[in-house]
Design a protein around this ligand. Structure first.
Ligand SMILES: [Zn+2]
Length: 232
């Protein structure tokens, strides 16, 4: 990390004064520890791989589950605990019988920017604890709902055991809120966003066809995600 300039230090000192004058309630809106996790929209790799990610998870589509297991797709599952609370087995089977992994998408699918560090940690650490208790595996990646985050989100993700904040390269979910999803020719390192929604199986087949056509294969995102931002 470069040494801070005296101008930076002066700015920081001024900000500290403002925070002190504003009192503890205001000061609690920001924090300086731990180091923010990197934000990852695609992976820098020469390997012929892409990454399939599935979000939310309220629709426990058996055809999508079968497809993931039969083709042994190493999906990253960003599932909110409320969406497995009534049927944990759907995900347990995916984790036990295939190479998918459960990651972190908050407890309540809330919009994080602007929440205090404590509120953001409650959402992210809360989901980490629920996933660990339910599946015996701690999430390593964090995806904020709607891909929206601020600096505190990146610190909270680190504090809650994530090594990277992951968004996506292409959103291939076919839904009323995302009509005619784009899926250009895929390149190594692309991260594909899908949802366990009513179109999950059709979306997965379309994406897997595109992956095959590009001569690539799905790989496990947590194995490739960096835990530090690349040095400039
Ligand atoms: Zn979501």
């Amino acid at each position: 990390m470069p040494r801070p300039s005296s101008a930076t230090l002066a700015t920081f000192a001024a900000m500290s004064t403002i925070l002190t004058l504003a009192g503890p309630a205001q000061a609690a809106r920001t924090s300086s520890w731990p180091e923010p996790v990197p934000v990852v929209t695609r992976i820098d790799t020469q390997d012929p791989v892409v990454f399939i990610t599935l979000d939310d998870g309220w629709n426990h589509d058996s055809a999508a589950q079968r497809l993931l297991l039969e083709r042994r797709i190493p999906a990253s599952l960003f599932i909110n605990p409320m969406h497995y609370s009534w049927d944990k087995k759907y995900y347990q089977d995916l984790l036990n019988h295939g190479p998918s992994r459960m990651e972190n998408h908050t407890l309540n699918h809330v919009d994080l920017p602007g929440l205090s560090p404590q509120e953001q940690r409650a959402e992210i650490c809360g989901a980490r604890d629920r996933n660990l208790a339910a599946f015996g595996d701690s999430p390593q990646l964090f995806r904020p709902p709607s891909g929206r985050y601020d600096e505190e989100t990146r610190r909270a993700a680190r504090a809650c055991g994530a090594k990277a904040l992951v968004t996506w390269t292409y959103n291939a979910t076919d839904a009323p809120w995302n009509p005619n999803p784009e899926l250009p020719e895929l390149r190594p390192g692309d991260i594909i966003l899908l949802h366990l929604d009513t179109t999950a199986e059709a979306d997965l087949r379309r994406v897997l066809d595109a992956v095959d056509a590009s001569g690539l294969r799905p790989a496990q995102l947590r194995d490739y995600a960096p835990d530090r931002a690349p040095s400039p």
